[in-house]
Structure formats: C-alpha cells, structure tokens
Design a protein around this ligand. Structure first.
Ligand code: NAD
Ligand code: 2YG
Ligand code: MG
Length: 263
C-alpha cells in the first residue's frame, strides 16, 4: 500500500459493498438476474483465478482517495486475488508485470482501463459502463415493448446506444449536442426522441453528468431507470416513487463489467 493513498476504512469498504449489494438487489428485482449473471451472459466469461494489479496513476488531477482501494474491493468481491502496487505510474506498472499479474487496472483523467496481459484483451470503462447499464435497462421484466430511451450520447451513452441497437432494441435517443445526435441517427440508426411528444418509456438508460434529465412525461408508470450518471437523473419527487426502479452506482458495476470484458 502506498503511503500517500488514503487507506480505505472499514466503514468505507462496508459502504461500498453495501451499495453493491443494494444495487444487486434492485437489478435482481427488475431483471431477474444478478450483476454477475448479466456480466457472464454479456461477455461470455467467468473469473478464473486471475491476479489483478491496481496501479495508482498520478497524472493530471492525480490520485483519487479510495479509488484504488475500491477497485481492490470489487476485485475481491469476484473472488479474485488483487493488490495495489507499492508505487504509482511506471514504477507500479513495472512491479505488476514483473510480479506476473494477469490483469492491470489503472486510470488517468481521460481513460480507465483493464488490460489482460495474458490474453491481450483491453477494456475501456466508458464502453463497458455504457454496455452494462444499457443491458440492465433492456432486461426490465415489466417492459411492454422493445423501445428503450437513451438520454445522453457522450462516451458512455453512445456505447450503450450502439449495444442496444446491436441487440435489436428500438432505440430512441436524446442529446442536446446535435453533432452526436446526427452521428447516432446516421451510424446507428437510432430514432430522435421528441421530448414534447406523447411517447413514454418503461426502459431508460441515462448517461449524462447532469441532474434532473428525466421528467415525468418521458417515463411509463412502471419503469426501470439504469444510470451511471452522477448526480441522479431523476428529480427527487420521481426518485421517491416506488414504481420506478432505479439502478445508479458510481463505480463498481462498470468496473465489474471491465473485468468480465477481459477475462
Ligand atoms: P460525456 O461528457 O462524454 O457525455 C455526456 C453527454 O450528456 C454529452 O454528450 C451531453 O451533451 C449530454 N447531456 C448533457 N445534458 C443532457 C440532457 N439534459 N439530456 C440529454 N443529454 C445530455 O460523459 P460520459 O463520459 O459519457 O459520462 C457520462 C456520465 O457518466 C458522467 O457523469 C460520468 O462521470 C459518469 N460515469 C459513471 C461511471 C460509473 O461507473 N457510474 C462510469 C463512467 C462515467
Ligand atoms: O489512480 C488514481 O487514483 C486516479 N488517477 C484515478 C482517476 C480516475 C478518473 N476517472 C473518473 O473519475 C471517472 N470518469 C472514471 C471512473 C468511473 C467511475 N465514475
Ligand atoms: Mg458503475
């Protein structure tokens, strides 16, 4: 453990794992499957005793307190052996490779990757996050159609929209960025969502950095909102509505998908 990194307190760890358990309960209730089962089905992989090295990275805005420790906790949740390298950056990378680590996890401000050194697979967090959250939305057991609403077509949202199109869903999307909208319509064949139209969705995948991007008129009475975006897409009065299932979690679901994507 590096000295400059805030140690994960037992409370932090308990909280992280509690949030993961809570998210998992919601995912199970709304899709019928656990996060592990969904990852296995999406990526066709399972953990197989890989050794995971987490390399702290000081570039840009530098170390985020508890980031590495949280990755270690998720690694161990999937029954794998993991550790944080003693030093950050290239020195840590060298240690991980010299130690015979199978999978490296590391992030700078722009990219968060998992790299399996044994099979060559590499995963980007934004793609895996888009894929897994859109997949969760698309599995809503109470959905009455194959229509899915995608809000936000940035790095995460576009990857999710592409995944849903490939899976044969009818994707409706909205992003105020007209360049992203045109690309998604032209390259993916999504439908432009008309916010003022009457259409309401029971499956929503939201990936924006903004709050309150979902309003009452967009969603069916019984719906699943699956969103990696922080802060919450649902206004508080809607979030309190017991008929809206909400999957929202800041790190571990996306990190789990990254691991499965490189197993
Ligand atoms: P991005 O900046 O690439 O894209 C965000 C997009 O949202 C932009 O295209 C923007 O125009 C659009 N947008 C903003 N307001 C909107 C609105 N009201 N309606 C529709 N679209 C709107 O960001 P990103 O990398 O795709 O990340 C999206 C969010 O997900 C961020 O908050 C990021 O921190 C978060 N994130 C979470 C996890 C996780 O594990 N939970 C992982 C990765 C990213
Ligand atoms: O090693 C460290 O502690 C830092 N260099 C990690 C930096 C991570 C920056 N990335 C983000 O905060 C997210 N956009 C990606 C992580 C997904 C969870 N939201
Ligand atoms: Mg996540």
């Amino acid at each position: 453990m590096v000295s400059f990194m805030a140690l994960l307190t037992p409370e932090d760890l308990e909280d992280l794992l509690n949030k993961l358990r809570q998210s998992n309960e919601t995912i199970k209730a709304s899709t019928g499957k656990s996060i592990t089962e969904i990852c296995e089905e999406v990526y066709g992989t399972r953990p197989a005793s890989q050794k995971v090295a987490i390399v702290p990275i000081t570039a840009g805005n530098g170390i985020i307190g508890n980031f590495s420790s949280s990755l270690l906790a998720i690694t161990e949740y999937f029954g794998l052996e993991g550790y944080i390298t003693d030093h950050p950056d290239i020195t840590g990378y060298h240690q991980a490779v010299s130690d015979g680590a199978d999978i490296l996890l590391m992030a700078d401000d722009h990219m968060f990757i998992a790299h399996n050194l044994k099979n060559g697979k590499i995963a980007a967090n934004h793609v895996c996050t888009g894929v897994i959250y859109s997949e969760i939305a698309s599995r809503f057991i109470h959905a009455g159609s194959k229509d899915v609403l995608v809000i936000g077509l940035g790095r995460v949202g576009y990857a999710g929209a592409e995944h849903l199109v490939k899976k044969g869903f009818n994707v409706y999307a909205y992003d105020p960025n007209t360049e992203f909208m045109e690309k998604a319509i032209g390259e993916l064949g999504v439908n432009a969502y008309d916010m003022n139209g009457p259409k309401q969705f029971s499956m929503v995948f939201e990936a924006t950095p903004n709050a309150n991007t979902i309003s009452e008129g967009m969603i069916a009475e019984r719906c699943l909102v699956s969103t990696p975006g922080i802060p919450c897409a649902l206004p508080p009065e809607l979030a309190e509505n017991g008929d809206i299932d909400l999957v929202m979690e800041p790190l571990v679901i996306g990190a789990a998908a990254m691991l499965y994507s490189v197993f």
